[in-house]
Design a protein around this ligand. Structure first.
Ligand SMILES: Nc1nc2c(ncn2[C@@H]2O[C@H](COP(=O)(O)OP(=O)(O)OP(=O)(O)O)[C@@H](O)[C@H]2O)c(=O)[nH]1
Length: 664
């Protein structure tokens, strides 16, 4: 014990030297409130220190790796901010709002989409600890991030809102942690709210998770109330990683990003050994050898260290220039010291597919490289090459949900300046083939169809199958009636209904995936005044009576707008799609007929009237610059259009047509 304290004191000195003097310790204003034994010895967030830190002072027993998990908006990122402040990782200011949500898309939408790591230094009861915190997203579309993050952890802080109580994603995230056998610290947040009812939430936690209410910590992440207690509980309750420094290096790549200058930056968790600059490492996946250029921890910016040791979580740069070289889930080991690779991750199962095309074919290569780099950072996206008559060469991408698709699209625009056309999303259907010709062509009897254009005709199929999910809805009981009706209109079958307390009910339904993927969540929120929550998991395939619906513009079938629908819904969906297309397609110089058809049978029709006005007429005889401006604006608008036959279709129309306006 003594030697550890002495070592730690020495380290503190070294860390203090490594971080510039100004960055450290009292009399920093935010330090004065720290209790005497909670010594802070990291640098403020803003300053990236090039001088290397020595983290050897933290023996494995003093390392804790943990995640914060919760339902959307229950306060994970706010709690992370407070933990960063308490440990002096960032200065305490009012500007600290969701510091770990670094992406523009996260800040704009106010949600976490990427798990983010931060190493915190904390001194408690005379011991110095290295705490590696991973903040995770709450939305179901990003649950792959959560499950990957948990593989680098031994414990979780499970945050539950004191007003909303346990919600659908609280359940899902709890089970992820429970199945991974992690220590779970239940935290009831937002106790400062007027309607907070922590006692009710404690009862729910006892009932649903079998965790004693005495273990729950009541906090306000916003005000900082009791947050320090959470940190101490992490030290007390989360076990240190069970690893050995003297073993050969075994590092799990649990995330990667691509830096334009430095290539691939891999986030790694060390399950054995140590690694430092100059080491030769091998990727178990590609068997390629690399020399390590830099290792470090994330504070939460990259902070180089001399080495990374077993039990630590950090980053590694090793001259991987191609995005395909750093697979998430890969195991890295030292050259000539091979190890049994870690199990890696189950690959994500895409729920929604959509076509993605460059707005202009000349941008194909740029977009290709942008997609490759972004999928390195978001490995749950699957990519297949595709092409379409109207849109040219492109890709068919698989996502975990519609929000995931939208966020990926937004990130492409914001981080890679790439503008794309997205086609209507579809779920992966299956067809059991009866035609000998098709069976031979595909080399199998059952095919998965991720593009409606390739949906085989009924005459060559013995059965169609559609994907289903087990949905969990948690709602105040006053909305049950409306919710049950909504579920029935979505062809759902009820599996369970239990009261989780006097007024809240948990419903379980099997849904056809295509009934919920686009807008079920919005409909649920709107009819429950925002109080119901929803989460789902894969539940296999079921037989379904499916048909392919074509959309025609002036008699020409538009492959990119075609959809696979349930036969009973074809008329309603066709009518709605035609109506929405009518709103989306601007009037042009000729009349446009929009039709939905099943085979040769037209089931719905709308007309866009011709547009007669000459936009520059009013400029004749007038100012030529005004006329030029008007024409330029028109040309800009045209760039956002796609010509199909002779009809100009706005690029957003392809995706917006499937959205249902409102639920009756
Ligand atoms: N009153 C009150 N509001 C809080 C508290 N903690 C968080 N909030 C607010 O709740 C909202 C959501 O907080 P976040 O920290 O972004 O929640 P999150 O769980 O990280 O959200 P996602 O990452 O999108 O899942 C924000 O407006 C916070 O200011 C709290 O203790 N009290």
């Amino acid at each position: 014990m003594l030697s550890l304290v002495t070592r730690a004191a020495g380290v503190w000195g070294r860390l203090r030297r490594a971080c510039s003097g100004a960055a450290l310790l009292c009399p920093q204003p935010w330090m004065e409130k720290c209790p005497a034994d909670h010594v802070v010895f990291s640098s403020p967030y803003s300053s990236h220190k090039k001088e290397k830190l020595d983290t050897s002072i933290f023996p494995v027993e003093n390392i804790r790796n943990f995640s914060i998990i919760a339902h959307v908006d229950h306060g994970k990122s706010t709690l992370a901010d407070r933990l960063l402040e308490i440990t002096g990782t960032i200065a305490k200011t009012d500007q600290n709002k969701q510091v770990l949500d670094k992406l523009q898309v996260e800040r704009e939408r106010g949600i976490t989409v990427k798990a983010q790591t931060a190493s915190l230094f904390y001194s408690y009861e005379g011991m110095n600890y290295l705490l590696n915190l991973i903040d995770t997203p709450g939305h179901v579309d990003f649950s792959y991030e959560v499950s990957r993050s948990l593989s680098a952890c031994q414990g979780v802080i499970l945050v539950v809102d004191a007003n909303e109580g346990i919600q659908a994603q609280t359940m899902a995230n709890f089970y992820l942690a429970f199945e991974a056998q992690l220590a779970i610290i239940p935290v009831i947040n937002k106790i400062d709210l007027k309607n907070a009812d922590p006692e009710r939430v404690e009862k729910q936690i006892e009932k649903l998770f079998d965790i004693s209410k005495d273990e729950c910590i009541r906090i306000s992440a916003k005000l900082g109330t009791n947050v320090e207690k959470v940190l101490q509980e992490v030290i007390e309750k989360v076990p240190a990683p069970s690893v050995n420094i003297s073993d050969p290096l075994k590092a799990l790549v649990f995330d990667s990003t691509f830096d334009h200058y430095r290539g691939v930056i891999a986030n790694i968790a060390l399950f054995g050994g140590e690694v430092q600059k100059g080491h030769k490492i091998v990727s178990a996946h590609t068997r390629k050898t690399y020399e390590v250029n830099e290792v470090g921890i994330l504070t939460p910016n990259e902070q180089p260290t001399h080495k990374l040791y077993a039990g630590q979580v950090g980053y590694l740069i090793a001259g991987m220039k191609e995005v395909t070289e750093a697979q998430i889930g890969d195991t890295l080991y030292l050259h000539k010291q091979p190890v049994e690779p870690l199990p890696g991750f189950k690959s994500a199962k895409p729920m929604v597919f959509a076509g993605m095309y460059p707005v202009d074919q000349s941008e194909y290569n740029n977009l290709k490289s942008a997609i490759e780099k972004l999928t390195l950072n978001d490995s749950s996206v699957t990519v297949h090459r595709d092409s379409s008559l109207a849109l040219g060469a492109g890709w068919r991408l698989g996502f975990l949900g519609l929000l995931h698709l939208e966020v990926f699209n937004q990130r492409l625009e914001q981080e890679y300046n790439a503008s794309v056309i997205l086609t209507a999303p579809t779920v992966p259907y299956k067809a059991v083939l009866s035609s000998a010709k098709l069976k031979k062509e595909h080399g199998k009897e059952e095919i998965t169809v991720i593009n409606p254009a390739e949906f085989p005709d009924k005459s060559s199929v013995s059965e169609y199958l559609e994907p289903t999910v087990l949905g969990t809805i948690i709602t105040p009981d006053e909305y049950i009636g409306k919710i049950i009706t909504l579920c029935q209109t979505r062809r759902a079958v009820q599996k369970d209904m239990v009261y989780i307390d006097e007024h809240r009910v948990m419903l379980k339904y099997i849904f056809p995936l295509n009934e919920i993927v686009v807008d079920f969540y919005d409909a649920l929120k709107s009819l429950s005044s925002g109080y119901a929550s929803f989460d789902y998991e894969d539940a296999g395939y079921q037989a379904a009576d499916l048909v392919k619906m074509d959309i025609l513009l002036n008699g020409n079938s538009v492959e990119e707008l075609g959809a696979v629908v349930h036969k009973d819904k074809a008329y309603a969906v066709g009518k709605a799609m035609c109506e929405r297309l009518k709103d989306a397609i601007p009037r042009q110089l000729f009349e446009i007929a929009i039709q939905a058809a099943l085979g040769s049978k037209v089931i719905a029709r709308e007309t866009v009237k011709a547009y007669r006005k000459n936009v520059v007429a009013k400029c004749y005889g007038g100012d030529i610059t005004r006329k030029m401006k008007l024409l330029k604006r028109q040309a800009e608008g045209k760039k956002k259009m796609r010509k199909i036959g002779n009809v100009e279709v706005p690029k957003d129309a392809f995706i917006s047509v499937l959205k249902r306006q409102s639920e009756k």
